[in-house]
Design a protein around this ligand. Structure first.
Ligand SMILES: Cc1cc2nc3c(=O)[nH]c(=O)nc-3n(C[C@H](O)[C@H](O)[C@H](O)COP(=O)(O)OP(=O)(O)OC[C@H]3O[C@@H](n4cnc5c(N)ncnc54)[C@H](O)[C@@H]3O)c2cc1C
Length: 428
């Protein structure tokens, strides 16, 4: 009997999720990762000077059922906690006012949790957005006004990493419909960091199931014959596949395009700017939102404060020190209001992380999507697959889906074109 092995390329969330799905059923998986560490866009940066922080703050919501199930499977659910159980504190830069806002619309029944400036017509527009069948820019449904500045703009940019003037109403609506369920809009962050609370437990679970995660192994080329992958040309070796072996490419779209140039993939991306300040913070992390400032979100950890600027096209190519200095000035009053020792004249040690292709641009247009099984024994995964917001949740779903497609496919035969289009719709 020949062994059937699944070769997974990319140890980001999608690749790890695919490997967990394969091994959960007793399958054999091996992951090849180009970088020196797993995690992809979701990782902790450990520097020799001891200043350790995530590449950028990642939040989950209790609506992210696939991710929460994955966290349970790797024994890490309790490592993700809710820093703001009483609602999100939004700090308005220009006025210095703070306000708690509930993320779930049900919490708006309490006046103290309502977004500032929310009116009855606004509620109508929000409902129209949530149940929209049109794919148009979010701004064209919500219009201008306080509710755009105080709720919709920060939410859209956080979820879709795309400005409201372009962001897809349908993709945002997919996420908002999830928030409506009672209890689904609670925001979670990693207690210690992304590697410790997500990536390392996932890798440990895989290793306990006998799977290997090989880092420093970039897939240079796919060797194919008769619509099948027969070999993988990696950094320092070529792996020839057995007759029943399968491959999952859990890669960003530009890598899929390099390896399989005929496939249609999204080609535009949005950056995220992350600024990390090394300072004494809070023993229990807090998460603050900002309006009217370049800074959008700040996570205050015990030994540093991480600030996120999503949809950062307008700032990512500017001088990093100037952007960091501006952000520091903006957040100091909010930090002081939490009792922290922060002063505009004393900017702490700062590190700027620019993720230029943080996610695909999720604009109100039909984004190119390849078939999910473009070769008989190869499936695609990644946060950009399907029509949900490109996030950890979509990466987890895509990884599981790719494993499931290959499990049920008759890999000896080239896939039928009809099957391809059906599978593409499946992922949406
Ligand atoms: C700063 C920032 C903040 C974010 N915030 C959030 C958030 O708050 N909530 C949320 O849900 N999502 C957030 N995201 C999005 C989230 O990080 C991604 O959706 C998710 O990590 C994507 O996982 P992936 O596995 O699809 O892709 P990736 O993480 O890109 O994984 C792909 C992997 O493949 C590897 N690779 C590439 N080419 C090759 C090759 N040829 N051979 C072998 N390996 C290769 C890469 O090194 C990488 O490890 C954020 C992203 C960024 C950058």
């Amino acid at each position: 009997m020949t062994t059937r092995r699944t070769h997974i390329i990319g140890a980001g969330i999608a690749g790890l999720s695919a490997a967990l799905a394969v091994t959960a059923e007793g399958g054999e998986a091996i992951i090849y990762e180009a970088a020196p560490q797993p995690g992809g866009r979701c990782r902790t940066l450990r520097k020799e000077d001891g200043f350790t922080h995530d590449n950028g703050t990642h939040v989950l919501f209790t609506a992210n059922g696939y991710t929460l199930d994955l966290l349970k499977a790797i024994g890490a659910r309790d490592r993700w906690f809710e820093p703001e159980p009483k609602g999100l504190t939004l700090y308005d830069g220009p006025t210095g006012e703070t306000r708690r806002v509930g993320l779930s619309p049900w919490s708006w029944l309490l006046p103290s949790r309502r977004p500032r400036g929310l009116t009855l017509p606004d509620l109508g527009r929000i409902l129209r957005l949530v149940f929209t069948s049109r794919n148009c820019p979010v701004a064209s449904i919500i219009g201008k006004g306080p509710i755009m500045d105080n709720l919709i703009e920060p939410l859209t940019v956080a979820v879709l990493n795309t400005p409201t003037s372009q962001a897809s109403s349908q993709r945002l609506a997919c996420a908002l419909r999830q928030f409506i369920r009672p209890g689904a809009g609670r925001l979670l962050v990693a207690r210690n960091g992304l590697s410790q609370d997500l990536i390392e437990p996932a890798v440990a679970t895989l290793q306990a199931r006998g799977a290997a995660v090989l880092t420093g192994q970039r897939l240079r080329m796919l060797l194919t014959s008769q619509e099948r992958v027969i070999g993988l040309a990696l950094t320092d070796r070529t792996v020839m596949l057995g007759p029943d072996d399968r491959v999952i490419l859990a890669l960003p779209p530009y890598e899929v395009e390099r390896l399989l140039p005929a496939l249609p993939v999204p080609k535009t991306f949005e950056p995220i700017l992350n600024v990390h300040f090394r300072m004494a913070g809070l023993s229990t992390p807090r998460f603050l939102g900002f309006t009217g400032t370049l800074a959008q979100w700040a996570l205050i950890r015990p030994d540093h404060v991480s600030v996120t600027v999503s949809a950062a096209d307008h700032v990512v190519d500017q001088n990093a020190s100037n952007a960091a200095a501006r952000i520091w000035r903006e957040i100091v009053p909010a930090l002081r209001s939490l009792g922290l020792d922060a002063s505009v004249d004393r900017q702490p040690e700062t590190r700027v992380v620019k993720e230029k292709r943080a996610t695909i641009r999720q604009a109100a247009e039909t984004l190119p999507q390849p078939p999910l099984r473009p070769l008989a024994n190869l499936a695609l995964a990644g946060d950009w697959i399907g029509s949900l917001p490109a996030t950890i949740e979509s990466a987890v779903m895509a990884g599981e889906h790719a494993a499931s497609i290959l499990r049920h496919a008759r890999c000896a035969r080239p896939p039928l074109s009809r099957e391809r289009s059906l599978k593409t719709e499946d992922a949406a």
